[in-house]
Ligand binder design. Structure first.
Ligand SMILES: [Zn+2]
Length: 890
């Protein structure tokens, strides 16, 4: 036998020699295409050999030889450590390092493609890799379209059996172990775990939030000791404000999936919708002392989550547990991180049919390369990477084992005929409808335009059955593949089987967009095409002026651009009537008289109006029908406000970020951001408006500072205090704001029956009693004084997203513009009994005059996550319209 074998070897020698030469040549060239050719040649020769072979030993030998060649090829692909020059887990890699590594792998492997899907605000690339078998990569477009056919999103039959797993890393920039784990996971997949890729496509986004990651990593690399210091009090474990968690505009991208306000989300959704994965993992990190968390998630689960989605979360968790138990790694499941709020990286994919999951590793911006935990062991970056790599791989493994079932169950999720409401019909302000339609486009949710004059069903405004005027209304039906997501976003009230949730419990879009709406159990008919004519204004130099309406953000952006172009604009505090045409309070007036110094003003304003699609009413005369002429004292000039916003220590980075983002990307009006660490009241003389985002201002305004602030307001300054910033002024002399008694901790009575019972609550039920005082996010009905300039563009009722139980008394020497009179009415979401009771007779929006100036209180933050579209005009009104007399300040 051995002689035969040697003879065979002798016979085949020329072939081996040829292969060796080829291999040497390819190593020198090191290009992907040649490797592909080489691989193909090897396979060709190998299959010919197998045919010609006579004995088992020979086959074994050739197989070993073939494996050696294959290994040699993959050996050209460096491991992350080889490529980066340091062991993974011993340094933090910059985003560009991660991108370089993925590029290296993709250009040397035919199992990986790597592309850019966008750019961040700071111009870093957003990228994704597709990892699968060679055969799958060659047929990737067919796999993708077959998957969409399976959901009904595109037409056609298919019975796909390839699992699609999407791994998203580093959404929170300072949870930085996960991009390191992305590199390890990629290398493992294409080397040791190739078998799983035969029936599985893995999509990897190595970093969802590159700007945040680099903010953290650059700071850490600059700050850390060498070798690193594991003491908790070392500087490298204390990240400065605002930390690396959020993106450039300080938004939490893990709250932005459904609202898609950020460039990262908008660009990612395009790829996500092209793929619609079956499994989605969002990798995170939590406090340094926590064990690892993985699926199954905690209650509450949104009711659209299917039994299969619940079950497979358990299967995945058990698969991870196998590895964690083997290594002796602690973990927990089911006790935290629920699946209700639709804008997370776990819920959003879940509501799009996937098994969406959050994995949490201990670490966060605190841990650095290594830190001593409270439990006395050292947590290292290397550990964190190992854990995330393990769960990532385990997810691919279990998905691969269940590929067929994943596909068949995925298909079922898109069958939506059992949903109670068949249609949501919305009518009202066309600008707001357009904004909502734009949001639906981002999710590729289909909608149409009502072809009937009315629609009936559950009426959002009255919370009972009723009908609305549906002319030109927006119709969103649930009989579409994304019907479950439509339900989650539009339904009046999400079912809540347990109020202990991590986030807001209400987000219903008709309230958020301020539209009249009904939810109908009958399917509404709709036209696909909307009848709309583009607005085109012509300049009218002979006219006395132009009038334009005021009731949407589009009007506000129009005003901002006029001001930036030095056009003088007025607004009306009274209703207007010119030549039989009526205009509401707040309408903008641009007169020839004000703009005489600008000979080209007609062309400028018509151009700007056309660009913003604003209709200008031309009035030949300033003489009105109803007594309010252009020269009326009730028609006031809008000031070109110089606005400052405080940021830095003490200020909520999320709140500041939402204001910064609002001014730069939505209103497009300049602001000056001032850090609390150098803010001084002397700076006030250079500005007109000071915005205080949510925060604690105890360190920014001592007694003297507060006096200076008051003096500045008295001279005509304007302060806008948002959310918790309102609480800072509680009972401060001269600011006229006080919390309601039942909201202040020191006033809590202890002798009521309730409180006595409270004291006797058993240990294991104490937490649930806290729920009574809790509002994490619920929609309340608010009365509006629509005659006040802060409320121009609004009606008498507004639905506000209330996120805390903070309750303030009505201003007794000020204007109560938005308020809850009598019992508080929550129309959607959870509110604890005591918290709701405490909101009785409370202020929501108000203005207090101090001398010539004002302080404006926005108890509810109208810019929260930038998704409550209907609240934004209150903020704009506060800046430009409220107490306009301040322009005469000394
Ligand atoms: Zn996180």
């Amino acid at each position: 036998m051995a002689n035969n074998f040697n003879a065979e070897i002798e016979k085949k020698k020329p072939f081996y020699r040829l292969n060796s030469i080829y291999f040497w040549y390819l190593c020198r060239k090191n290009t992907k295409s040649l490797i592909v050719i080489f691989n193909d040649l090897v396979i060709l020769f190998f299959s010919r050999f197998i045919h010609s072979l006579k004995n088992q030993q020979m086959i074994r030998f050739i197989t070993i030889l073939f494996l050696f060649f294959s290994f040699s090829i993959t050996a050209q692909i460096q491991s992350p450590s080889e490529f980066l020059g340091y062991e993974i887990g011993t340094q933090f890699s910059r985003h560009s390092d991660v991108v370089d590594y993925f590029e290296h792998v993709a250009s040397n492997s035919n199992l990986v493609t790597y592309d850019t899907y966008g750019k961040t605000n700071e111009r870093r690339p957003l990228t994704y890799a597709i990892v699968s078998s060679k055969n799958n990569i060659d047929n990737i477009e067919t796999i993708r379209t077959n998957n969409l056919k399976n959901t009904g999103i595109i037409e056609g039959d298919s019975s796909p059996e390839t699992a699609i797993v999407w791994l998203s890393y580093n959404v929170h920039g300072n949870e930085a172990s996960s991009s390191e784990a992305a590199m390890s996971t990629l290398f493992e997949l294409i080397t040791k775990k190739q078998a799983w890729l035969e029936n599985t496509v893995v999509i990897m986004d190595p970093c969802i939030n590159p700007d945040g990651r680099d903010r953290y990593v650059n700071w850490y690399n600059q700050t850390k000791a060498t070798p690193y210091n594991e003491a908790q009090n070392a500087t490298e474990h204390h990240e400065p404000w605002p930390g690396g968690r959020p993106n450039h505009y300080l938004f939490d991208l893990n709250r932005d999936w459904a609202w898609a306000t950020q460039v990262e989300s908008i660009q990612r959704l395009k790829i996500y919708n092209k793929w619609m994965p079956h499994v989605h993992v969002d990798f995170h990190e939590q406090g340094i002392n926590e064990p690892y968390y993985f699926a199954p998630a905690a209650e509450p689960f949104h009711e659209i989550i299917s039994d299969w989605q619940r079950q497979f979360q358990i299967d995945i968790g058990k698969n991870h547990a196998k590895y964690f138990d083997r290594e002796g790694w602690l973990f927990f499941t089911r006790e935290r991180f629920d699946l209700l709020y639709p804008s997370y990286g776990d819920t959003y994919p879940t509501f799009m049919g996937a098994i969406g999951m959050t994995y949490e590793q201990a670490g966060h911006g605190r841990a650095g390369l290594g830190i001593n935990t409270d439990e006395g062991y050292e947590l290292t970056l290397a550990d964190r990477v190992a854990h995330h790599t393990t769960t990532g791989l385990s997810t691919v493994e279990i998905s691969s084992q269940n590929a067929t079932k994943l596909n068949s169950e995925f298909k079922k999720f898109f069958e939506t005929s059992n949903l109670k409401y068949k249609s949501y019909i919305l009518s009202g302000n066309q600008d707001k409808i357009n904004s909502l339609a734009k949001l639906l486009d981002k999710h590729e949710i289909k909608y149409g335009w009502s072809n009937s004059s009315s629609a009936s069903g559950y009426h959002y405004q009255t919370q009972k059955n009723g009908s609305i005027d549906a002319e030109n209304g927006l119709v969103v039906n649930t009989n579409q593949p994304k019907g479950n997501m439509v339900k989650a976003l539009f339904e009046p009230n999400a079912k809540l089987n347990n109020p202990k949730t991590y986030d807001i419990t209400s987000w219903s879009l008709p309230y958020a967009y301020g539209l009249d709406a009904v939810a109908s159990t009958n399917l509404a008919q709709a036209n696909e095409v909307r009848i709309m004519t583009a607005i085109h204004n012509n300049s009218a130099p002979k006219s006395a002026g132009y009038i334009s309406k005021w009731n949407s953000m589009q009007d506000a952006t129009f005003l901002a651009e006029l001001l930036k172009n030095n056009i003088k604009v007025r607004f009306s505090e009274k209703e207007l009537s010119f030549n039989g045409k009526k205009f509401d309070r707040g309408s903008l007036i641009i007169t020839k008289s004000d703009n005489k110094s600008n000979p080209d003003y007609d062309n400028t304003i018509t151009e700007i109006a056309n660009k913003h699609q604003r209709e200008l009413y031309v009035s030949a005369t300033s003489f009105s029908d109803n007594g309010t002429d252009f020269g009326s004292p009730n028609i006031k000039l809008v000031n070109q406000q110089k606005i400052a916003v405080l940021k830095g220590d003490g200020v909520s980075s999320l709140s500041y970020g939402s204001i910064w983002h609002f001014f730069e990307t939505q209103l497009q009006y300049p602001i000056t951001s001032i850090d609390t660490d150098y803010f001084d009241s002397s700076l006030l003389s250079t500005i007109d408006v000071l915005v205080l985002p949510e925060g604690d201002y105890g360190n920014s305004f001592d007694e003297e500072g507060l006096e200076s602030l008051k003096e500045w307001i008295q001279k005509g300054g304007k302060v806008i205090a948002i959310g918790r910033a309102v609480g800072f002024f509680n009972k401060k002399e001269g600011f006229g704001i006080e919390k309601n008694g039942n909201d202040s901790e020191e006033n809590e009575e202890t002798d009521s029956v309730d409180e006595l019972n409270n004291q006797l609550i058993p240990y294991d039920q104490k937490g649930s009693n806290y729920l009574k005082k809790m509002i994490t996010g619920s929609i309340y009905k608010v009365a509006i004084d629509s005659s006040h300039p802060m409320a121009f563009g609004y009606g008498d009722t507004y639905f506000s997203l209330k996120r805390s139980r903070s309750s303030f008394q009505f201003l007794d020497s000020g204007y109560n513009v938005g308020y809850i009179k009598g019992d508080a009415i929550s129309v959607s979401g959870f509110s604890g009994k005591d918290a709701k009771e405490g909101l009785k007779n409370s202020l929501v929006f108000g203005e207090k005059r101090i001398g010539r100036g004002s302080i404006i209180y926005l108890v509810d933050d109208v810019l929260f996550r930038s998704f409550w579209e209907n609240g934004k005009l209150f903020f704009v009104n506060s800046i430009f319209f409220v107490n306009n007399n301040n322009k005469f300040r000394l």
